[in-house]
Structure formats: structure tokens, C-alpha cells
Design a protein around this ligand. Sequence first.
Ligand SMILES: Cc1cc2nc3c(=O)[nH]c(=O)nc-3n(C[C@H](O)[C@H](O)[C@H](O)COP(=O)(O)OP(=O)(O)OC[C@H]3O[C@@H](n4cnc5c(N)ncnc54)[C@H](O)[C@@H]3O)c2cc1C
Length: 426
Amino acid sequence: MSTEARTTTHPRRVLPPAELPERPDVPRALIAGAGISGLTVAHGLARHGWDVQLFEAAPTPRGGGYMIDFFGPGYDTAERMGAVLPEMRAHGKEFRELRYVDEQTRITARADVDAIVAGVGGRYFSILRPDVERSLLATLPDRVAVAYGHRVADLDLAAADHGDHVHVTTRTATGETRTWQGDLLVGADGIRSRVRELAWGPEDYFLRHLGYRSAAYLFEDPELARWLGDTPLLTDTLHRQAGLYAVDERTAATLFIERTDEVDRPVDVAAHWRTRFDDLGPTIRRALAVAPADMYCDSVAQSVVPRWRRGRVVLTGDAAHAVSLLAGQGVSMAITGGWHLGGLVGPLATDGVPTADALGRAIDRYQDGFGPQVAGVQRTAPTAAATFCPGNRAQLALRRLAVNATALPGAGALAGRLAGGRRVVG
Ligand SMILES: Cc1cc2nc3c(=O)[nH]c(=O)nc-3n(C[C@H](O)[C@H](O)[C@H](O)COP(=O)(O)OP(=O)(O)OC[C@H]3O[C@@H](n4cnc5c(N)ncnc54)[C@H](O)[C@@H]3O)c2cc1C
């Protein structure tokens, strides 16, 4: 059988325009990053009459990625966004069961996903991260433009702090630069945000590394994908975990997590994971054999920024409040926060171009309302770490008990309610 690593490409659709003609007296938001939070803010502002110009460093919508579990506040918000939730559900996948296995691929525990999904009234599904972006792109209102291949490189801080406008300079891969003018700049450019670096300071001030590293990639292996079916496989191991699941009938995906204090990306990332996970059995070895050099691989971290606003600049999504893979819900928080921000700033457009004071008040209300919710999710990460990578035999045994308990009458429903019952802002 042949296995071939591949980077997924984004499904084709008509992309939004790269640029919008200027309209006098219509407020214009500039957004750095056309990821999940940037696109959500664009939805939220454009529906209130803003012109929205996004800049995305990648040349096209980003492919590749990992499966996320979508439920709770993000699900509720996507439902409020009208066409977004049905679009996402059309790309979603429902798993039946999770299998935990030892190094010989013998099952040691099973989680009843059906029971958990039933516990939240079916408001739970899994979806590839790029398909969330695709769903947001496919449903964007008019008056939103996305300039792909334009990386935000610089920002006029004096204007952002004291001026009537904000000026942002973008750079393309060929080195062309261009300066754009807007009334608001949203930094939605991820956990290593350039906007945050320019306006707040170096990332070391704001990143909290949690002592783990993760990696993920997709690869084509129809035989393995069929064997996995709708039951992902997770290793029941100390200090690390390898996960394998099928994305479709031809494609399988990995998610690797290890405890480590190293924060830098290994020089040879494929060799790194092959060496560290080689003893986890033939199925994992088969996936590692096709590990691509350009896979996603990063330290598991949170971002904590005391104030999300500076003058006419606001941070959102992972740039402001990454919760980390361990806490889960990063996509959920990106959508919930982005929509909340749009809901508070968007209506200012009814009075024309908003003043800096009006913007400031709306953004401060956004942080005051949403900040405590996202901080609550961030606080769950250290506890959740033990469920991914137990640190000792007692934690391992406890996880097996908890996983197997999902099949008990009522327990799956309870787990579902606990997972999905978090408070929703807005
Ligand atoms: C392995 C893994 C598993 C995860 N699992 C889950 C899960 O189960 N559930 C969940 O809810 N969340 C999960 N998450 C988290 C989730 O993916 C993120 O929290 C979420 O995508 C945040 O979106 P964002 O738009 O803020 O940032 P990003 O997705 O990082 O988007 C930022 C965008 O900005 C662009 N950009 C960067 N710099 C610039 C620049 N200078 N100029 C212009 N554009 C720029 C980037 O190319 C990117 O498109 C997981 C994350 C990882 C890594």
C-alpha cells in the first residue's frame, strides 16, 4: 500500500475581492489575519455597515490542520451568525467512540462520544480547522475584502494613539510595501501576533508556555483511514499522547503531544517525532513514516494581554487570549469573542465614522464582558493536561476510569453538559 504525506488544499470557491473602493463617511476596519477570529470580526462589523479590509500573510486560505471539537459558546454563536452554522455542519464529522490503546494497539479504554453528544442535545460535532475558515469565508457579507499575501509589517503608533485614523503597512512576498488607512485596526493575527508586537511589545511578555509541545498533519492512507472509520485512536501513555483519526475515506490525521520544557521548534521536526514516538506501536510508526517536514509543530502556550486595546487598535482571538490546545475551545473562543466585539463596535457605524472615545468605550465593554469568560477557560488548561498526558500511573488509571465511565447511563450526558454548559456572552 502506498502512503503519501500531503498538505491539504483549500476547497475552491469564489473568494471575496482583494480590495474595496473607499467610501467617504463609511467607517473602515482594517483586520490583520484572515483566520477564524479575523473573519468572525469581519462578519460582525460588515453586517452593521462597516467596510472591512482584511490582510492575510498566507497567499491563499490556509489548508492543513487538525480536527477540533465544536460545541458550547462557539456553537451558540455560530448559530446566531445565521448561515455559518449550517455551512460548518455540512463539513462536520461525528465520531462515535474514542479508543485508547497501548503500544500493541490493544484497547485499554473507550469513550462513548454518542453519549456526550446526546448530553448537549446534539450541539457538538468535529470539524477540520480549515473548514471553519472555509465556512466563514463562504458566508461573508458584501463589503468585506481579503488581501491574501499581504503581511502586516508596520503600524503608525502615533496616529493609532492620537490621530483620527490608523495607518498600517503591509509587505508582500516579493517585498512590495503599501500603506492602508482605516478607522480601527483589529489584530487577529494569532498567538505570535505582529500587531501585538508592534503596539504592545515582544511576545515573551505575553506568552505563557504550558510545558507541552504538539504537532499535527494529514496524510493520505486509504487503508488506514477506512480502518479508523469513525473511531479515533489515542495512545494510553504517560507523558505523551499520539492520536490518529480519519478525516475522510482516503485521509488520516495525527495529533501528537509531549511534555517538554523546550519551546523552540526542533530543527528536523519529522525526525524529532519519529525518535520520540517510535515505540508507540506499528500503527503510530506507519503515520510517523510519512511525517512531512512542514507539519504544524509548536509549543503549547496561552497568551495573556492585560488590556486588549491601545488607541484605535484592538487584539482579538489567539493574539489576545489564546487558551491553548489543552483547554480546547480556542476556535469556540475566537468565534465567541470576535462576534461579541463586532456586536459592540459594529453599531457605532450608524453615526458615521466613530470617534476614538466611542471606539474605546465599546472595546472596553468587550473586554470587560468577554475577558472573565475566556480567563475561566484558560484556567482549565493545567487540569486538562493530565487527561492528555498523565504524569504518573495514578493519573493514567484515573483517566481510564473516567473514559470508561462515559458509557455508564447518565454519565455521558453529564460530561456533555459540563463541556457544553459554559456561559455564553452576548
Ligand atoms: C493542535 C491544535 C489543536 C487544537 N484543537 C482545538 C480544539 O479542539 N477546539 C478548539 O476550539 N480550538 C482548538 N485549537 C485552537 C484553535 O485552532 C485556535 O485557538 C484558533 O484557530 C484561533 O484563531 P485565530 O484566528 O485567533 O488565530 P489563527 O488561527 O492563528 O489565525 C491568525 C491568522 O493571521 C495570519 N497572520 C499571522 N501574522 C500575520 C501578519 N503579520 N499579517 C497578516 N496576517 C497574519 C495567519 O496566517 C493566520 O491566518 C487547537 C490548536 C492547535 C494548535
